[in-house]
Design a protein around this ligand. Structure first.
Ligand code: DOR
Ligand code: ZN
Length: 348
């Protein structure tokens, strides 16, 4: 009898996740904990996390929720940047390891970003400090000008905002979050710098913009940055397959209540925590690049953030796995990415 194919890797980290708060947090956290040792928690709550006190309180709420699941999960907190962010607070938070980095949301670019940054020059003094203290800047890299075509906003951001920014702050550590285009891939790859990295989501690797319009409109696949053309999807798949160390795992798992997804003005975000790691392994296998799977999931991220690589391991096995159909929340529910579908890989 042939034995099932297995892969044992260092336990991965998720370098970009939304856990929300309260009852949603309690329901979704177990999926992230199951697959990941640490995760960078996005600060865009309804009331964003803008100071140390809020970050500590939010971290404690997350740790409280992990108690239900008995894991050693470690949340890594971020500060939501605004024009008013206090330099003293940011510096204190970073040096005391309350914050692992700060997140830049261009104003109105996505969920809960109404207090985001209008013009990057508003925060040059903050970036100056961050460069000095080596605090990573995590960027939602899209232009927020709605006159720019939604499919071009990432490439435009690189051209008009990021390139000049990196000239001005060449030693600022930057993560381009959830990159979606060939332009972002080439920019990170060509710069091949210790100061620049990109995270990539499972959904941008698995899907392209056509998937949003198969059998009618699919609000569940609406996320930001929006799914792009297949040529971009292929560029993402290719770059993770060639082992480039400047790219790492960031699921951008972003739960929203189903009713808010299918609403008029539906929310952007894909809740992929139950399947993200299984999706990544499937893609690496399809790309015949399993030899780079562990570095993408478990090494490139900590190396960029100057954190130790995890000690524990996780084993994935080639055995069908059915993704949970829905996450019940009383009268409401969350519909996960690939709800009820069968994936080829499971966790042992
Ligand atoms: O699709 C997204 N959802 N993109 C983001 O940038 C934010 C996220 C969320 O918070 O739901
Ligand atoms: Zn996100």
């Amino acid at each position: 009898m042939s034995s099932l194919k297995k892969i044992k890797i260092i336990k991965p980290d998720d370098w970009h996740v939304h856990l929300r708060d309260k009852r949603i947090l309690k329901k979704v956290l177990r999926y992230t904990e199951m697959f990941y040792q640490r995760a960078i928690i996005m600060p865009n709550l309804n009331k964003p996390i803008i100071n140390c006190k809020q970050a500590i309180a939010y971290k404690n709420r997350i740790l409280q929720a992990t108690k239900l699941n008995h894991t050693q999960f470690e949340p890594l907190m971020t500060c939501y940047l605004t024009r008013e962010t206090s330099l003293k607070e940011l510096k204190y938070g970073f040096l005391k390891k309350i914050f692992i980095g700060a997140k830049l949301y261009p104003n109105q670019c996505t969920t809960n970003s109404t207090t985001g940054i209008n013009k990057i020059s508003e925060i040059f003094h903050i970036l100056e400090l961050m460069q000095k203290i080596k605090m990573p800047l995590l960027i939602h890299a899209e232009e927020n000008n709605i006159a720019i075509d939604i499919y071009d906003r990432e490439a435009k951001f690189i051209e008009t905002t990021l390139i000049p920014l990196r000239k001005q702050f060449p030693e600022l550590k930057i993560v381009l979050e959830h990159i979606t285009t060939k332009e972002a891939v080439s920019y990170v790859e060509e710069n091949n710098s210790a100061y620049l990295a990109g995270t990539i989501t499972p959904h941008h690797l698995m899907l392209n913009r056509n998937n949003m319009f198969i059998h009618g409109i699919q609000p569940n696949l609406y996320c930001l940055p929006i799914l792009k053309r297949k040529i971009h999807q292929n560029a993402l798949r290719k770059v993770i397959s060639n082992g480039s160390t400047n790219f790492f795992l960031g699921s951008d798992s972003a739960p929203h209540l189903y009713k808010n997804k299918i609403n008029l003005f539906g929310c952007a975000g894909i809740f992929n925590a139950p399947s993200s790691l299984l999706c990544y392994v499937t893609i690496f296998e399809e790309m015949k690049a399993l030899k780079y799977f562990e570095s993408f999931c478990s090494k490139n991220g900590p190396n960029f953030y100057n954190l130790p690589i995890n000690q524990s391991t996780i084993t994935l096995i080639k055995k069908p796995c059915k993704i949970v159909k829905k996450i019940d929340l009383g009268q409401d529910f969350i519909l996960p990415f690939l709800s009820g579908e069968i994936l080829k890989w499971s966790i042992l």
